[in-house]
Write a protein that binds this ligand. Sequence first.
Ligand SMILES: [Zn+2]
Length: 598
Amino acid sequence: MADLVDDIKAKIGIEELVSQYVPLKKAGRNLKGLCPFHSEKTPSFVVSPEKQICYCFGCSRGGDIFAFIQELESVSFTEALQILGDKAGIKVDASKLEKKAPKGEKDIYFRAHELACSFFEEKLHGTSEGKKVLDYLYKRGLKDETIKEFRIGFAPDSYDSLHPYLLKKGIPKNVLYKSGLVSANNLADDNIYDKYRARLIFPIFDYFGKVCGFGGRALKKDQAPKYLNSPENLIYNKSKVLYGLSHAKKVVKEKDLLILVEGYFDVILPYQSGVRNVVATSGIALSDAQAKLIKRLTPNVVTCFDNDDAGFEATKRSYFVLRSQDLNVRTVDEMEGKDPADFIADDGGDFENVISRARDFEDVFVDKLIGDNNIETISGRAAIVRESAPLYARMSPAAGDLFMRALARKLNLKESVLYDEMRNLRLKADHPARLVNTKKNDSSDVLRFGVDNVFFSLLLEYPFLFPLIRDKADLENFDNEFKSIYNELTTQYNHAQGGVEVWDFDRGVLSDLSDKVSFLRLYAEDLYGEFSKEMLENELLKLVDRMGQERRISKLKNIQTEIEQAEKSGDKERLKVLLEEQMREINKKQLCPEQPNL
Ligand SMILES: [Zn+2]
């Protein structure tokens, strides 16, 4: 396990990983960007290639590549290991890792889905009714090995076939209900019945290849709905799953390209024909979470939806979502009005070739606009410019420039006129281009790092400062971690006789608290990296002053509170002591003219 972690770390640099999610700028030896974990306007998220960690000084989140992915994708350590293993091209055997984990509620759901999946498979291959369905699959061009690979199944036309089996296997009724495998008027009574009846079953796999839901296609005429999909539950979040991704992810990474299609067969038939980097939205609008999932594997997407108006609208919607994650989008527009499944099944169409000729979506879009509008008329051209504005707004500067040149050429307009037009067009507030990427702003950009943290960050990063404060630091007021760090520094300093150049971070508490120590050093490096020796010394002494002040202020506040209590309770003895103490503290303050008034 430790080997695995190290292998993955050796292949994926923190700066490379983080920059896939956050634009980073060089800042001394480090990189800096807007924090992906909280909303801010000034960057306080620092990445250290040297230390291989990242950290936000605004919200205190960060760590190594695993901590970063866990936080960003809200996944467990094991899942982060899988995700990064995929990125690094290192095989991570999830089943081995997960055996160690305790059985939770999710495991019961996974077990229910796995059992149901095998049940449906058995019904397809082992019953006479199933054989007819199998024939239908053969007719659509599927081979046996493909059917098994995607674990396609069959739900018989019966109200009580699946659920008695699952109940017998110990799956609780409420799990069956929440998984959408049964319906019931009232869960308390025994009146539950199978929900998937007379349907072709496509199991839906999660990122790791575990069955987490089902899509059931109607097999009888007039059967509604045509597709019956699992409801969202503990293990199935439809906006976070892409059909086929667990099968496709390896090839997506190898080819650095993902093909996005609509339906189950559009994934499966290309897969069978050797095009294995295909995933489907399964008929729902592409979500931000799905686009992020894609971005983990590749920045390049080819969309290949139905060649009708609805398909084009879906393509456009996906384009905006994908662009909001900075993905490059090309699109296929030459499959003779067929979807990928029919294109391949009908005449053994060369899908790979079609994909290689996909064009930038911007191009396809403008051609469609020109086809739909009369460019000989002013209103026709105005409509084209108006419709392209949201697209233009989503493009990178380079792509935008190319786009404007091409558009100007096609419309026979001067580029400068087109630029003016675009500027004048204000996007309608409800346009999808405006909906993506509008993040909530909160005003808490302020660093909340605290004087003690800054003080220790300087000591740890610049050991030559240590003698300056060795006898002055007021240990009493530090928390226990800082006390023990201070003691360790003292020990190392005394031991070295004649100054320390670099602390030994592998020793004692510095090693025990290595995360905290790394973050603190990173902070000093980020804030003080450009400071001279003298400036650093000054800064440290100012911090000692600041700490003294803060402590005196809080002490005076405490005394004041106690005085008020003593006055209320009429404890004259106590009041006298407190007033004397207050006087002493105030006199101390007068020795130091720079302090603010209380
Ligand atoms: Zn943050």
